[in-house]
Design a protein around this ligand. Structure first.
Ligand SMILES: [Zn+2]
Length: 576
């Protein structure tokens, strides 16, 4: 392996001198195994030298999907190097504090996109994520807390993974830590220097030489206006950024050809993405704030190292999360954040997903109690429909006869609308709106009647709608059935079984209490009225606990709702 051993580095230098370097780089290899693999995939046509800033449409397999590409600032056909497989790199967290909702939003949104690709379009997503476990902020925090930086990193990396689990974000195929890849990073920097795109200063820093890549720097907005990062006065250009920073006293360090130091911020992503995927990447994702300078610099480094015209074919950026009324994004430095843990005290992971689905992943998103309640209401409407449709199927909800044909047609149309919306730059709000419309029309047909007249029934079409809605929600990572477990609270025994038995018992009591004396005009038995009141109290008391009992004529149905359900629905039929 070229990069994985000391011997490998020797070979690399040898290769450079012998002119073999370029050929190896063209194949985008870090190992002979990857070299073999590249035979089977299409690589970008022009991978051998300087090209314009212009995006090159990748060769490969057209998925039929369109996605907005930050490199071109417009929707492009999503073409993958390998059929049915997407290589996907994302910048992970810097682990120095708890993750907040702004982070959650970005990770949940990309989780939804990856689920859509894999579960709806059958594309296997190979997702690699880096954990930044060495950084100025981690070092500062370790000084404040008087522990080593690695303790800080371990604590908050664990916290991050727990938060992601509680938000039902599918973990990447692999997490990679910066500190475990410093030797790769050193070799990568050596490669960039050898290719003439970086230089070391006499103080022991290494900078990327922006002028060496001409007008290819600035693929993302704002790049050209940049004044660059502060740093050594020995930088050739103010925009040059650090690949390697010499260590200051008391800081952790690694040995390198330029002395003791540690990697700059951007180089970790180029190196680690290349170590996993070689010289070509299908998709790179991150929050929009990372586009510049971070992704800009990643691109510059990677293309300088691989000597190719286009490293990552698609950059997907998610919009910021703002606290409503604030123009600023949620961030640690602005101290306007809500931690994921705190958030999950009031809302569920399903509700947060619905909140994310209701806007496009690229849009800025306003977080407030009212936007969360909107998400909760949408989810509640779907959930109630599913429960009603099931009650109807079981014969517990007598309804007037249903117009079946239009419902079958609407279901078919919904399916194709959802696929179309999601194939068009993952337009989740449009897909959710199609599902809500199906629910609306389903509800219109479920007109409860107080007495079963024994007319024709249409349980199958409602069964089809229930199955389809569950399927779509499952694609998005929402499971209505298991909503109780997502915040880590495990239930013992079967809640559903208990509620079923309880509701059955209550129905019996209620039917007994509602019985009339022999002559209807004389009304209820007065001594049974307290039973009726007890039934009402039980129903009202269970609602805030997430058990919604609805009295339908003489019978009752129940459903489990998202927790902290507000008190009874005023439209609900009362029994007293
Ligand atoms: Zn990155």
């Amino acid at each position: 392996m070229l990069l994985h051993s000391k011997r490998g580095r020797t070979m690399l230098r040898y290769s450079v001198r012998s002119g073999f370097w370029k050929e190896k780089v063209l194949c985008g290899v870090f190992s002979s195994a990857q070299s073999v693999n590249t035979v089977k995939v299409r690589t970008n046509g022009n991978c051998s030298g300087v090209s314009a800033k212009k995006w090159m449409r990748p060769g490969g397999f057209d998925t039929g999907l369109k996605t907005f590409n930050s490199l071109t600032k417009q929707k492009e056909p999503l073409i993958l190097a390998r059929e049915g497989v997407a290589t996907w790199y994302s910048c992970g967290p810097t682990v120095y504090d708890h993750a907040h909702l702004g982070h959650a939003c970005s990770y949940v949104r990309f989780d939804i996109l990856q689920r859509i690709l894999s579960r709806l379009f059958g594309i296997t997503v190979i997702h690699a994520m880096v954990i930044t476990d060495i950084d100025d902020k981690i070092i500062k925090r370790s000084w404040e807390d008087n522990v080593s930086p690695s303790v800080i990193a371990t604590v908050y990396e664990d916290g991050f993974k727990r938060d992601m689990l509680s938000l039902k974000v599918i973990p990447p195929a692999v997490y990679l830590r910066v500190t475990e890849n410093v030797h790769h990073i050193v070799t990568f920097i050596e490669g960039i220097i050898t290719n003439g795109h970086a230089y070391a200063t006499k103080e022991g820093d290494v900078y990327f030489d922006i002028q060496s890549i001409g007008d290819r720097y600035g693929k993302f907005v704002g790049a050209m206006d940049s004044q660059g990062e502060p740093g050594s006065t020995n930088k050739r250009d103010s925009r040059d950024f650090a690949l390697w920073k010499r260590s200051k006293p008391q800081e952790p360090y690694w040995e390198s050809p330029w002395g003791r130091g540690r990697p700059g911020w951007h180089i970790e992503c180029s190196t680690i993405a290349s170590a996993v995927f070689g010289s070509q990447l299908d998709v790179h994702s991150g929050g929009i704030d990372l586009a510049f300078p971070h992704h800009e610099n990643e691109v510059a480094q990677s293309e300088a190292y691989h000597q190719c015209g286009q490293w990552a074919n698609y950059f997907l950026h998610s919009g910021h999360l703002h606290l409503k009324g604030s123009a600023e994004k949620m961030s640690k430095s602005l101290k306007n954040y809500v931690t994921i843990k705190d958030f999950l005290q009031s809302y569920s992971a399903n509700e947060f997903r619905m909140f994310c689905l209701l806007t496009k992943y690229r849009s800025a998103i306003d977080y407030s109690d009212s936007s969360m309640l909107e998400a909760r209401t949408s989810l509640g409407t779907i959930s109630t429909f599913v429960q009603d449709a099931r009650a109807y199927m079981k014969g517990q909800l007598p309804c007037s006869p249903v117009q079946e044909a239009p419902l079958w047609e609407r279901l078919a149309n919904t399916k194709s609308s959802v696929v179309k919306a999601l194939a068009d730059d993952f337009d989740t709000p449009r897909a959710i709106s199609a599902v809500m419309s199906l629910v609306y029309h389903g509800n219109c047909q479920l007109q409860p009647v107080s007495k079963c007249e024994g007319g024709a029934r249409s349980p199958a079409v409602f069964g089809a709608m229930v199955s389809y809605i569950r399927e779509v929600l499952d694609i998005f990572g929402i499971d209505l059935l298991y909503s109780k477990d997502v915040d880590g609270v495990t239930t013992c025994g079967s809640l559903e079984g208990v509620v079923e038995q309880l509701t059955h018992f209550r129905s019996e009591v209620r039917a007994f209490a509602l019985a009339h004396r022999d002559e209807p005009a004389t009304g209820l038995y007065p001594e049974r009225i307290p039973l009726l009141k007890a039934c009402d109290i039980l129903r009202n008391d269970l609602a805030p606990l997430g058990v919604l009992i609805k009295d339908r004529g003489a019978g009752s149905t129940w459903e489990l709702t998202e927790r902290k359900q507000r008190v009874q629905d005023p439209d609900q039929e009362t029994s007293s």
